[in-house]
Design a binder for this molecule. Sequence first.
Ligand code: MV4
Length: 490
Amino acid sequence: MKKILVANRGEIALRVMRSAKKMGIKTVAIFSEADRDTPHVYFADEAVCVGPAPSSESYLNQKKIIQVCKDLNVDGIHPGYGFLSENAKFAKAVTKAGIKFIGPSPYAINIMGSKLDAKDAVKKYDIPMVPGVDHAITDIKEAKKIAKKIGYPILIKASAGGGGKGMRIVEEEKEFVEQMDRAVSEAVSAFGDGSVFIEKYVGSPRHIEIQVLADSHGNVVHLFERECSIQRRHQKVIEEAPSAVLDEELRNEMGAAAVRVAKACKYEGAGTVEFLLDENKKFYFLEMNTRLQVEHPVTELITGIDLVEQQILVARGKKLAFKQEDLAIEGHAIELRVYAEDPKNNFLPSIGTLTTYTKPNLPNVRVDDAYQEGMTIPIHYDPMIAKLAVYAKDRKAAIALMIEAIANYKIEGIETTLDFGAFVMGHKSFTSGKFDTHFVGKYYKPGKNLKKDKKEFDLVAKIAAQIFEQSKKQLKVPEVLNEDWFVNRK
Ligand code: MV4
């Protein structure tokens, strides 16, 4: 593979191209008319406009993208996340055009794109699953019977689902039909597929996901977990690795289960297996994401492994250069997604221009972004401005460093989730590690306790800096942090 086209934009396009460049591979950017003047376009060796601003006419234009590859002699496509990354038809068309799709096979994408097919595929692999049904509900009477057996509350889920769409909690039997109706019509309008199934509702779960990596020779390893419970409206805001609640035994168990899920669909490349973890530390398979995830940096930081480099090596047919026993967690990483949103106003998108944009310039702080001062946040795409990731000796030091990094990140012109991040870092439920997916709804009451006042926040940042200084001496920085672009060094 000598030349890779990145079928994406923004921070992830840049991030992928950085690893490609490091490996001596030429890069091709595609861009929409709205993105002509953006960092990922300038960073690439070649760049081609693929259409107008709307994604459907540019970043999702499969034919055009494949044509660009043919015109420029591209031999590999990296889809990033979102857009065409989990589109089995695209993966197939790319392969058919003689270009390597840097990701799993259309077969694996298809299976994992359907929750029911995924359940079916992993059935024989001893994967813990939430009590429920393993087929689409067609008979209401039968479904009610099963619901009674499982016990209320139950959850109706769309098989094609994602992002919580088509998901309905049913507290008691008399709501069943109404909620079922809603789930089905939501699923039809969102995915064009009204198949739904039911599961026991896990009331206070943590969202724990396992990073896996598989080569084309049947070798599969896991790269430990990411804790992603701090979310709102099914959108993650803070992720960390490792999780504060997993012990060695549970980590190994969940890791081994994730590896079996990958084997169940003959997975190839980097993937993520999502689990729910309940209050009794029982875990259940939810789904597998067949792409590089937004939050992959925290895994890179604690393992020292460049996941994009690994994806490319696997796509080249190389065997994994390490075994499970070669992998170990070192230190602790936390990521904050910096969104152009107003946390004080129900996280509504905050549009405008970055009149001030200064990144924190601190050791062991990694900023994945694709913005510069003066740029405007486009309304056509995801409102994420940057991912702010920190790496430290342990969780306490990582929290301290995150507070310092937030204090040193200056963004003006729009509202962002930076202050929200500081709120979470300072919250007892987060620092103690005792939280679940309800954190935001339960504790975040905007206006009240957010970023009390500037003086107090600066003091907290100062204390945090001291804690970090003390812990730093014992920290061994992983290989992956030695790249200039990975970390802003003093
Ligand atoms: C669940 C659940 C409770 N019980 N399944 C949400 C999106 C989808 N990927 C799965 N989701 C959930 N499935 C059962 N049986 C609770 C959620 C859920 C959730 C999961 C992970 C992270 C955040 C969440 C927020 C609300 C609900």
